[in-house]
Design a protein around this ligand. Sequence first.
Ligand code: ADP
Length: 577
Amino acid sequence: MTASTPNETTAVQAQAAQTDGFHLVIDALKLNGIDTIFGLPGIPITDLTRMAQTAGMRVISFRHEQHAGNAAAAAGFLTQKPGICLTVSAPGFLNGLTALANATTNCFPMILISGSSEREIVDLQQGDYEEMDQLAIAKPLCKAAFRILHAQDIGVGVARAIRSALSGRPGGVYLDMPAKLFSQTMDAVAGAASLIQVVDAAPRQIPAPDAVQRALDVLKSAQKPLILLGKGAAYAQADASIRALVERSGIPYLPMSMAKGILPDTHGQCASAARSHVLAEADVVLLIGARLNWLLSHGKGKTWGGSTTRRFIQIDIAPTEMDSNVPIAAPLVGDVGSCVDALLAGMGSNWAEPPAEWTRAVYDKRDKNQAKMAETLAKNPSPMNFQSALSAVREVIRENPEAILVNEGANTLDFTRSIVDMYLPRKRLDVGTWGIMGIGMGFSVAAAVVTGKPVIAVEGDSAFGFSGMEVETICRYHLPVCVVVFNNNGVYRGTDVNGSGGADVAPTVFVKGARYEMMMQAFGGVGVVANTPAELGAAMREAVASGKPTLINAIIDETAGTESGRITMLNPQTAKK
Ligand code: ADP
């Protein structure tokens, strides 16, 4: 070994003092507390995934970008940090885009980072590898979109993406990174100094005192008040304040599906089992982080008893949400926590409870409906139907309130939402605002990765098909995910026939008796067939106890299930009638 000359030492030091685009991206994310990337490696981001892992980040590789994107969105919803999805250029980017648009629609914070090909070639349309003007395509589908061309701008680009995703109404952000960016080098000290640690990324938005007073006045005048909790309330993590508001006001409340569990569904003021009654009858509705979109019949019509005199108070961080469907008598613009706290302060300690006549009618209706449901759940038909299978799921969730329930399908979604009680906030992840299919395995992976809690995914057999290959991802990372496939041989049900009498099965029919459990076995997980609620319950308990990736093929009567579940009326043919 020979001693190096002073010149050689200086040269080595100079080299060591350089950083590059790869490391600046990783450092910028880490500086902002982002420790996980969901993605799929390939040109030009393969090395970025390797280096991120080497630098101590958790890198979860998927089999398809849409599921990595869905995982990022769910992680954002659960943690209030933007979930990161990393994809390759053009096709990978496009695959991630569905999830980005869905995240934006649902107000979940996520950042889709995609590698892209060279600007000079793309802009002249000279035919680069995977050439596509990704920034232009992403823009209308997300909350904000940025491109970073120079290494010294990575800090600013990442900071802008984080702020855009989290502040105000959360949503999806696209960050375009051309391949050349990653290999650009710069002085390491200057590079570190160029990074930004975002301060107060989601500033509280305090409602104006006169708006608070207006809301209280409307609420006080109600004879039949109702509180409606949406997934914005769940996202806000203001659980104790919301509970205090509900309990101090004595007003019945209704959770939207992903707001279930902010207060336990078994709470004395929960009106879920009297949903139709309270929506049709309430004279004042306090919306907390819930939009009056199609899921709430736009706040009007038959669902709302045809009333045109009902008054709404709406808490939302987005001022433009107000009056989007019906007039909002008392808009309360701000973050859920600040608004609810302001209402509580204004209510004082001797707020008058709503008229007993109203609350009694609501709870009587609820109790009657629950008794009817208990009778249905106690039946044990063979093969299982949705209700009998879900009676087992319901018990397992009751015993494991920490578990996260992921849920998608048509009938599987509708029945699960109404039958399975949730006990803790942000434990239910589902198809959301679009009623989208395909979120199942992506959401499950994210839930397991960011919470470390057991995940139970209750999936229609059709819904499961969209993301089923990700069971390999679940096995690869040894995630405590138990997938329950409600197998009734088809979309909606398995009994449709080919109208032409031809050899093909009907468009809604799958292979009969499919062995979904073997998909999990193929990758080293546990696969079980369940024919009865007892078998289903036992297999789920075993899965939760062991933490092993498990898929339970729950055999459901193929005649069970209705067309499109609860939203049959949205089919054009049905709507025509
Ligand atoms: P659901 O589908 O459960 O009814 P929506 O997705 O329709 O819920 O509504 C969620 C609403 O919550 C959105 O209008 C969004 O702007 C709002 N929101 C999200 N986060 C917050 C927050 N921290 N504070 C106030 N409003 C919020």
